[in-house]
Ligand binder design. Structure first.
Ligand code: ATP
Length: 406
């Protein structure tokens, strides 16, 4: 089998990276490509630096279930400097019989002879180069011929996709359009987590008092108290996890706004919302109010902040790659002061000590109770469960690098 190793900071992963990987796979017959994010010094500028956890999550969203790719946390989990030769040796041990290709962009070829133990790298792998700018083929061939004595180098004939992570980060920070360079789920992830100084829509005026009046008039006393409690819990969670407390209060307050509408109206709103809704959600009455609620606050209250809309829309079913605000509303609803199920105190503690752990517990709890009632598990709930399971697994690997690395 031919496998590819593709390392980089992936900060964030963009269309140029994906183009490089696919071009290499098609032209040189690679069947599996390991995407290996490198460690970035946390001392780098905080606006530009995002955690390994976020970069892993974006990689996973970008390649989703494509069987060509395997996202590897090898370098992030390793406690020594990320020299490529160590990564190559690691994958060589895992694939003693396979043909290995190390994938790089053309800028890397030009500086390749300055890499630590580059000749040893070339004795283990074929270096596979994809151009990053128009008209550089002659220069690349010349450099490959110079280096070629040490091993095999192949150059893809595909035309370049000119983009860099630096350019994407700059556009995000300057509030310019960046969506065209990235996978749409990665765009959503960056927006919802506010990465790279993304500030998003700040035009919304939060006026909880007016919304409280509306809720009081349209909800039962019990549901109204629950909404206030969830809002208060969301504010506390936001303070703990660095999210905007007013925004969290507002989203928590409105999460159940459509819960007591007649079923037919909830369904009508959910169907006309235009949001992507899976079949299981449409077949489960108790889930309609969340989709309906997001659509309602958008159309009736003019809420445009996508993060608030998603926090309301996903507060029942959850999903993979939830934003911090989405996580806060999801948990706030589960642990608010009026909740009294058996394990609520444990969930409360966990929510304030281990956010990913609490999310995983919450998904497991939700899936178990659906199964117990003979209900249907929405696809995004299953995906959410898998997402947090992987996050927790990676956290363990990073804190204990000796555990099975990919
Ligand atoms: P930055 O701008 O932050 O330096 P980058 O866009 O160069 O990032 P990296 O994650 O550092 O991306 O690069 C990982 C690998 O992907 C490198 O081998 C790089 O040459 C290659 N690469 C990056 N962008 C492209 C592109 N547009 N076309 C082909 N290869 C690319």
């Amino acid at each position: 089998m031919r496998i590819g190793i593709f390392g980089g900071s992936f900060n964030p992963i963009h269309n140029g990276h994906i183009h490089l990987a696919r071009a290499a796979a098609e032209e040189f017959g690679l069947e599996k490509i390991y995407l290996v994010p490198s460690r970035i010094s946390p001392h780098k500028s905080s606006d530009e630096y995002v955690s390994g956890e976020d970069r892993l999550a974006m990689l996973r969203l970008a390649v989703a279930d494509d069987p060509l790719f395997v996202v590897s946390s090898y370098e992030l989990s390793s406690d020594r400097v990320s020299y490529s030769i160590y990564t190559v040796e690691h994958f060589r041990r895992r694939h003693p019989e396979d043909e290995m290709y190390l994938l790089v962009g053309s800028d890397m070829l030009l500086s390749f002879d300055r890499w630590y133990r580059y000749e040893d790298i070339l004795s283990e792998v074929t270096l596979c180069v994809v151009s990053r700018e128009q008209g550089d083929m002659k220069l690349l061939k010349k450099k490959a011929a110079e280096l070629g004595r040490a091993g095999d180098i192949v150059i893809s004939s595909s035309a370049p996709v000119v983009v860099s992570s630096t350019e994407v980060r700059k556009k995000i920070a300057k509030n310019k359009n960046f969506a065209c360079y990235l996978n749409e789920n990665v765009v959503q992830y960056i927006r919802s987590k506010g990465l790279y100084s993304y500030r998003g829509d700040t035009s919304l005026l939060f006026d909880p008092d007016e919304k409280k009046k509306y809720l009081k008039a349209h909800l039962s006393a019990k549901r109204y108290v629950h909404s206030l409690n969830v809002a208060a819990e969301c504010r506390k969670l936001a303070q703990k996890y660095g999210e905007d407390p007013d925004k969290a209060y507002f989203a928590g307050l409105l999460h159940d706004i459509c819960k007591e509408l007649p079923d037919a109206e909830q369904k009508e709103l959910a169907v006309s919302s235009g949001f992507t809704v899976c079949r299981e959600e449409l077949e489960t009455r108790s889930l309609w109010h969340a989709i309906a609620g997001a659509y309602f606050i958008k159309t009736e209250f003019g809420v445009e902040d996508i993060d608030i809309l998603n926090a309301v829309r996903f507060h029942t079913v959850g999903r993979a790659g939830m934003s911090r605000l989405e996580e806060i509303v999801y948990l706030g609803d589960l642990i608010s002061a009026d909740r009294d199920y058996k394990d609520v105190d444990r969930m409360r503690k966990l929510s304030y000590s281990d956010l990913n752990g609490a999310m995983l517990e919450a998904f497991a709890f939700s899936i178990k109770s659906v199964v117990k009632k003979g209900g249907l598990v929405p696809v995004c709930t299953a995906e959410g469960y898998n997402f947090y399971t992987r996050l927790k697994r990676d956290e363990k690997k990073i804190s204990d690098p000796k555990r099975g690395l990919k």
